[in-house]
Write a protein that binds this ligand. Structure first.
Ligand code: SF4
Length: 291
């Protein structure tokens, strides 16, 4: 849950989720619809699906025990180097570190070098003896991430109270460069087409080949189509929507209809049983004024 999301945002979702699903066994018996419902509002729904798939594999094939090597962990859905290292460090106290943005920022400041100029894996290997010299690596992994978010903050780091201030090259340099690599926000333009009916329902499909929000309930979305070429649809508005590091420029079209194409089904914003991603809910709200 914490990937790409701040702790304070996650807390209520985590409590709600663990209140519903308190053990690995219960998780593995959940179905996709339920888990998406419990995850609702957190975004990046692929993480929820991976969590579910991984729990089933661990229960059925791994005797309910999380693998203890990176190569074995990486065979599980949704686990790459970052999550694998975090699990080995946090769960098994192995000398591993999760290289998240907080940790990278601390390292880059200590040696006063831009993040995009550092090979962090090599950096960790080279400094292995300095980094992993305690028996409490699981505490260290958490502490260093926390240190980055509370002390060595992206803006205005608290250098005066920092335990590294005597040898931190960033602190010593007068330049105080911005060392963090800029995030590349990509911009994409889409046209969205919504069938709507008199019951305030929209025709949605979970078959889309977009690179984001895969297998979620969405209306018809296409790469941006020139307005002049869109026939038989009413143009409602143009707006921007940010997802992850993407800014989507959206032209929204609608059509009142009683029938919809075969691969769409009617969904309502207020249907509590169905999982509707936030992206789609925003579209519902824009269409509400039409009724
Ligand atoms: S001295 Fe300042 S810049 Fe250096 S690690 Fe500490 S908080 Fe970060």
């Amino acid at each position: 849950m914490l990937q790409q999301t701040q702790v304070k945002t996650v807390i209520p979702y985590f409590l709600r989720f663990t209140n519903k699903i308190s053990t690995l066994k219960k998780l593995s018996k959940t179905n996709e619809k339920q888990i998406l419902k419990y995850w609702e509002g957190l975004g990046y729904y692929r993480r929820a699906r991976h969590l579910l798939a991984t729990s089933k594999i661990i229960i059925k094939e791994k005797n309910s025990i999380l693998p203890k090597t990176l190569s074995e962990l990486k065979k599980l859905p949704g686990i790459g180097d970052y999550t694998g290292n975090a699990l080995l460090g946090l769960v098994y106290n192995q000398p591993r570190i999760a290289l998240d943005s907080n940790v990278k920022r601390i390292f880059s400041r200590l040696i006063n070098k831009r993040e995009n100029k550092i090979n962090f894996e090599k950096f960790v290997t080279k400094n292995r003896n300095k980094l992993f010299n305690s028996k409490r690596n699981s505490d260290f992994v958490e502490a260093i991430m926390e240190f980055g978010s509370l002390v060595c903050k992206p803006k205005d780091p608290h250098c005066n109270i920092c335990i590294f201030k005597k040898f931190c090259k960033f602190k010593k340099s007068n330049t105080k460069n911005k060392l963090t690599s800029p995030i590349n926000f990509s911009k994409k333009s889409y046209s969205i087409f919504c069938y709507i009916n008199n019951n305030k329902q929209i025709g949605l499909t979970n078959k889309n080949d977009l690179g984001f929000l895969k297998n979620c309930n969405l209306p018809i979305i296409k790469e941006k189509i020139n307005k002049q070429k869109v026939k038989n649809w009413n143009f409602l508005c143009n707006y921007k929507n940010s997802i992850s590091n993407k800014t989507l420029n959206i032209d929204l079209y609608y059509k009142f209809s009683r029938k919809i194409p075969k691969d769409l089904s009617w969904y309502s914003l207020y249907d509590k049983k169905e999982f509707i991603p936030t992206f789609t809910k925003k579209i519902f709200r824009r269409l509400e004024n039409l009724y």
